[in-house]
Design a protein around this ligand. Structure first.
Ligand SMILES: CC(C)=CCC/C(C)=C/CC/C(C)=C/CC/C(C)=C/COP(=O)(O)OP(=O)(O)O
Length: 412
């Protein structure tokens, strides 16, 4: 896949139920080994019609697709995903706005393991520091509770991504992803499997984070297992939501909306979704050559055909005028999503704005670099140089000082 989150820590090997933590350091686990049996058996898999969530709701993008009687979709991916956005926003609206600051509860009391929890968060922080340097730097301005919660989410996303993109990817089956999803349910039910899951369990008990975007990310991994072509942008959009838009939805409840913001909660969620989509589209455009070498084309097939291009042109890796025209259109679309996202960053709580601006500004610049490479994304990897990053960061910081808009101008 064109990696959503290239986070390189070894994930737990869900193909055989071996814990990630067994392979490192002390191998501590939260709770007893009976959980391990749950993880490796399939008895708790309960598919079809949407699963019961932690609070009894059953909606998901997947169930929306399955729900249509004739098997045909009547909604576009964008409409279906927006439905998820509305539900996520409705879920947290009260909690986020009820107080000026999020009320962060104390750590879950885990007898005998209290030390482990802070160790688990520290480990999440180390991973984040190692693999997402700029973003991690930005999180230093956040409150300690929010920072470590973001770390825990980051690490879960990385481990999930690693299942289909890491060293053990060839052993990953849909059944293994089902087991990973069961394990996610356990995390949300306060029964973490290992230390890193423990950090996430604590996070989801302290912040109004819903399980749905996490499930949807796993669904993105399933999609990656079964698909290597996307018929049109509608299909690609759904994939981008699953693997990256979900990260935006997971992050907002942690980052918080500025109490003085007049924007609607759903518009902020929508901006977060847009940032995930923009990042993923950029990632795809940057990695066209790399993905093609793995037999994958994450570009809309109908748009390729309209431009007079085919998979063969991509595998041949020739930068032609047809390719340049095609790429200009794709870059333009990705920028539109960044524009959409920008409207929402200002509405986030003040300390959360800088890491988001920093990553947005830097990721957006990758598009400029693709242009500067004359659209050769077959053999040249577009990247933002250290000096350009250094120039961009103060700009991101200045942007983060801009307070939320005084009027309710941010609408979908
Ligand atoms: C905009 C508002 C209101 C909130 C922000 C909400 C957030 C944090 C959204 C970010 C979503 C996000 C980080 C999605 C991941 C997308 C992505 C393609 C990440 C790429 O990560 P790596 O794969 O590590 O990058 P590289 O491949 O470039 O190393």
């Amino acid at each position: 896949m064109s990696v959503a989150l290239l986070w390189v820590v070894s994930p737990c090997d869900v193909s055989n139920g071996t814990s990630f933590m067994e392979s490192v350091r002390e191998g501590n686990r939260f709770f007893d080994s009976s959980r391990h049996r749950n993880l490796v058996s399939n008895e708790r898999i309960n598919r079809g019609g949407g699963k019961q969530t932690n609070n009894g709701r059953k909606f998901s993008v997947r169930s929306a697709i399955l729900a249509t009687p004739s098997g045909e979709r009547t909604m576009t991916s964008e409409q279906m995903v927006y439905d998820v956005v509305l539900r996520q926003a409705a879920l947290v609206k009260r909690q986020l706005r009820s107080t000026n600051e999020l009320e962060v509860k104390p750590d879950i009391p885990i007898p005998g393991n209290l030390g482990l929890l802070s160790e688990a968060y520290d480990r999440c922080g180390e991973v984040c520091a190692e693999y997402a340097k700029t973003f991690n730097l930005g999180t230093m301005l956040m409150t300690p509770e929010r920072r470590r919660a973001i770390w825990a989410i980051y690490v879960w996303c990385r481990r999930t991504d690693e299942l289909v993109d890491g060293p053990n990817a060839s052993y990953i089956t849909p059944a293994a992803l089902d087991r990973w999803e069961n394990r996610l349910e356990d995390v949300f039910n306060g029964r973490p499997f290992d230390m890193l899951d423990g950090a996430l369990s604590d996070t989801v008990s302290n912040f109004p984070v819903d399980i749905q975007p996490f499930r949807d990310m796993i669904e993105g991994m399933r999609m990656d297992l079964r698909k290597s072509r996307y018929k049109n942008f509608d299909e690609l959009y759904l994939y981008c939501y699953y693997v990256a838009g979900t990260v935006g939805l997971m992050s907002v409840p942690i980052m918080g909306i500025a109490p003085e913001s007049k924007a609607t909660t759903e518009s902020v969620y929508n901006a977060a979704l847009a940032l995930g989509i923009a990042n993923q589209l950029t990632n795809i455009l940057r990695d066209v050559g790399e993905d093609a070498r793995r037999g994958r084309v994450y570009l809309p097939q109908d748009e390729l055909a309209q431009a007079g291009l085919s998979d063969e042109d991509i595998f041949a890796g020739r930068v032609t005028d047809k390719w340049r025209i095609f790429m200009k259109k794709q870059i333009h679309r990705a920028r539109k999503f960044f524009d959409e996202a920008e409207k929402g960053v200002t509405e986030l709580s003040s300390a959360s704005r800088f890491p988001v601006w920093a990553s947005l500004v830097l990721y957006r610049k990758i598009l400029d670099e693709i242009e500067a490479n004359d659209y050769n994304n077959f053999t040249k990897r577009a990247y933002v140089s250290k000096s350009k990053k250094l120039i961009a960061l103060p700009i991101a910081y200045a942007k983060s000082l801009v307070p939320p808009t005084k009027t309710a101008s941010l609408q979908r």
